[in-house]
Write a protein that binds this ligand. Sequence first.
Ligand SMILES: Cc1ncc(COP(=O)(O)O)c(C=O)c1O
Length: 452
Amino acid sequence: MYMLGSMTINSRGHLAIGEQDLVELAEKYGTPLYVYDESLIRERCRAYREALNQHYPQGEILFAGKAFLTLGMGRLLLQEGLGLDVVSAGELYIAAQAGFPMERVCFHGNNKSPAELKMALDLGVGRIAVDSLMELDRLEEKASRRRKIVPLLLRVRPGISADTHRYIQTGQEDSKFGLGISDGQVFAAVKKVLKSPYLELLGLHCHIGSQILDSQPFQLAAEIMMDLREEIRLKTGTLLPELNLGGGLGIRYIAGDRPVGISDLVMLLAETLKKKAREHNSTLPRLLLEPGRSIVGEAGITLYTVGTIKDVPGVRRYVSVDGGMSDNLRSALYGARYRALLANRPQEPAEETVTVAGKACESGDILIYDLRLPSPRPGDILAVLSTGAYHFSMFSHYNRHLRPAVVFINGGLTELVVKRETLEDLIRPELIPPHLEKEPDFKTVGELGGSA
Ligand SMILES: Cc1ncc(COP(=O)(O)O)c(C=O)c1O
């Protein structure tokens, strides 16, 4: 059995994280439930920081908030000495409310609204990653009106197609993100920024995609970005002080996934940057990395209760659980695959092949095809592993499902960090305007022409 972080089997034969029995946790908070092994998140934060310290001390790790961000997570990142990458007013607001130092925040997005740019400038974020020439003009206009210098990075499309699902490839030529190199957009942007007294060009940024298991695309991106930095120096005389190589390191969802280790990746990037700097006879840039999935992904488990079990004879056995695409969009969106086990009897032999179905009214709401499990029964607690990244953050209210609670476990400590949504929460932002308040005029269904 594959155990991650502080996952164990306890004396009752139940799945546990640290000292916390997950079956008891499901009883206490209800299901679906997002559970995080806090110590594993911290371990991953430290693995990145230690790898930088060892191989490239002039660097910083910015956690990609899109993977999972709550007030509690913001505090954890602060304690672990990480910076933060945000992509919306919402993420920025959470960072600010968590007391996150704004100079360690980088603001991303391919369509930042004027209100979002204003908010980022008001709060004084450390960097804005500019994604287009149009955004650059908007930013320059705002900065000059304020007479304030805005530090920025230019997001570049390095033209790499990483081997991952096409929905999470971002660095290829045909992408909505970033400025192209070959089409001259990067150089046009560099010229604009260098001319402006209100814009400060700290460096370049790229992010080539997500759930990348292989190290080669990262190395290639680092080489391309260092060459681009050198070309900018030759053409403009300006040596950019920073290089942000984004996130993207994959994790283990299923047994066949073999991601490169954090330390190995950081070492490879460090070597590549040093080699290129020697080749260009220039100084090393400050290196920023923005991992999301590889910090929180494997630390998350989603607990579900098994409900209806249905056989389609000769085809498959559907085991339905009390969540699905609302709390885990990745299966339906990318065909993502997962490992799972029964938290109440994890050691029983897996003698059946079943299909785990979500409860949304969509045929595509299947969480796991062909999962080997001990013969499931209604009331079993199914633990789906590696659900810490892009699950809570991609939650949808489809079918008006309620957002599950989130619990952090650290050794003997179990703490609620997000409460389960209630039916009252669901309708809180909703209004019934006066014209819809009126009771219907008809007295009986018969008056509508139906058969009463
Ligand atoms: C700009 C940027 N940085 C970082 C990340 C984090 O990627 P990952 O969670 O794969 O590490 C993303 C993810 O989409 C991104 O778009």
